[in-house]
Design a binder for this molecule. Structure first.
Ligand code: PLP
Ligand code: COI
Length: 340
């Protein structure tokens, strides 16, 4: 199959329109059969639930070309299940998990010419989303919904690829206790834009958000979970009810234990402990694992001994093993690789 003429090595994390996408409508209490379509623009009521009250959610996953030339996706069942949990919290109809996988296969197959070649450094980012498309005017769930899935080839999420990032502790909160921090609702991202703008204006790549109740515990950034490495080589990640349960983070903790034979801890991480860690990274589908060099706090700046030039050794091993599994160089745990 002939690939599109794209400069794969210089792609950023940006939207590029591809040939076709999947759409299904929920009306009168059920989903229709769904179809692949060419039209990228969406036409909905001016009073749609998504436009008036932000009733929308999304997922993000990637397709890769493996070393031996197959196209694969990574744990898509986890994205389907997380979207189901998100829709329940937002009072939206769930899109059945098996239909999510069917749509994914259709979207990737139809856009195979956009799946970056092995070794190019780029991947195909797939964006499933579900929103209230029927009219509301009182605050209420929408009477109709649309599920869509498109894809776009992407390069690294952070400019500069793997150069360690500088972060700041945000003065703003991302998620309230008992709020929506644990689901992938669009509203979580709308309210993080201003905090992100402030971080960028101050010269930082991202915010570290703290727990909204006490402002003492590490939560996550606007789009990724944290992973820390202690000086004695343990891999530690914050446990919190108000962060998104990252599929990358859950996978990395398993990789740390089963492939690298490291001790792991998922527990509350006080900000006051962070200066004692040897390495820090951000993990997520878009971020993969992006190393962190420094974190500016109200009291000063924490810097990690792994330095400002490259990833620390444990984060590097986690990165190499995870991407090795995704690209087919390293045998994957049962069920992690879904061949298209
Ligand atoms: N945290 C937030 C707020 C995110 O938006 C994402 C991205 O999906 C993640 C963490 C990472 O999750 P995952 O590894 O499932 O992509
Ligand atoms: C992802 O990692 O897929 C995300 O959704 C993060 C960001 C692009 C919001």
């Amino acid at each position: 199959m002939e690939k599109k003429n794209i400069d794969w090595g210089n792609l950023g994390f940006a939207y590029m329109k591809t040939d076709s996408r999947y759409v299904s409508y929920w009306r009168n209490g059920s989903w229709d059969d769904g179809a692949m379509i060419g039209e990228a623009d969406v036409t909905i009521s001016e009073s749609a639930g998504v436009l008036q009250y932000s009733q929308t959610c999304f997922e993000g996953l990637k397709a890769y070309t493996t070393e031996d030339g197959h196209i694969v996706t990574f744990r898509p069942d986890m994205n389907a299940q997380r979207m189901t949990e998100t829709t329940q919290r937002l009072l939206m109809p769930s899109f059945p998990n098996e239909r999510f996988i069917d749509a994914l296969e259709k979207v990737v197959k139809a856009n195979a010419a956009y799946v970056p070649p092995y070794g190019s450094g780029a991947t195909l980012y797939i964006r499933p989303f579900l929103f209230g498309s029927g009219p509301v005017i009182g605050v209420a769930p929408s009477p109709e919904y649309t599920f869509r899935m498109f894809c776009t080839p992407v390069g690294p999420y952070f400019k500069g690829g793997v150069k360690p990032l500088r972060l700041q502790v945000s003065d703003y909160d991302r998620a309230a206790p008992n709020g929506t921090g644990h689901i992938k609702a669009g509203l979580n991202y709308a309210m993080s834009l201003y905090a992100g703008h402030v971080a960028h204006k101050n010269g930082f790549a991202e915010n570290m958000f703290l727990d909204a109740a006490t402002h003492t515990l590490v939560e996550e950034t606007g789009g990724a979970n944290f992973i820390f490495v202690t000086k004695d080589g343990k891999v530690v990640t914050p446990k919190s009810k108000t962060i998104l349960p990252s599929i990358t983070r859950r996978s990395l903790m398993q990789v740390a234990r089963d492939y690298l034979h490291l001790e792991t801890e998922e527990r509350a991480v006080p900000l006051s402990e962070v200066s004692s860690f040897a390495e820090c990274g951000l993990c997520g589908t878009a971020a993969v694992i992006s190393p962190v060099y420094s974190i500016k706090t109200a009291k000063g700046e924490i810097t990690f001994p792994s330095g400002e030039e490259k990833m620390g050794p444990v984060i590097q091993k986690l990165y190499d093993t995870l991407t090795g599994i995704q690209m087919g160089r390293i045998p994957a745990p049962e069920g992690w690789i879904h061949t298209i």
